[in-house]
Write a protein that binds this ligand. Sequence first.
Ligand SMILES: [Zn+2]
Length: 217
Amino acid sequence: MTTLVFTESRLDPAKSRHDEVLPAGKGWSHVVRAGQVFRIVDLEGNQAVDTLFYSAADPSERYSAVDTIREQGGIYLTTGTALLSTEGNVLLQIVADTCGRHDTLGGACAVESNQVRYAIDKKFMHNCRDNFLLELAKYGQGMTKRDLPSNINFFMNVPVTSDGGLSFEDGVSAPGRYVEMRAEQDVLVLISNCPQLNNPCNAYNPTPVRLLVWDAG
Ligand SMILES: [Zn+2]
């Protein structure tokens, strides 16, 4: 059994500059400025929050799972993880985490994975890739599916087995657990609050999350 380390935050939600609840299944995007701190709260527990980050100045620079994993020498994201870009720059740094482990291997659900993983008649169910594309379209610049790199799944538990397999397990999160990160540059945050109804990682029950931003200092 892995020991998970929790790091709490001292930031007061009453002093945040942005505070909203994102309903289950919805997409969201927001520019978090350098120095601001961004928190995602898993309100009801075991929700998967599919997330991507782009440099706001140049969205062709974006989150890189492989660089992040290689540089920290581990596959799970938690406090201390530097979320690196495709150019090797730090987009954000995780500064607090009361869940203890987040996935960046499992990817996002899509029409294709719906039919391959579940059933042919699940193909056109609501999915994260469509949420990402709808949000990305707001920023123009011709960004499409090609602009969706491998994402982060906050609060999702995808352990690697001893023989190297990926397993989608019940979450390790719980109601009220949160992850918090400080932007090291202006970052466009793209979220799909996963609408998936066919995966045990969220107990087949998508739930809302709370999103907060605090100013620097
Ligand atoms: Zn999803």
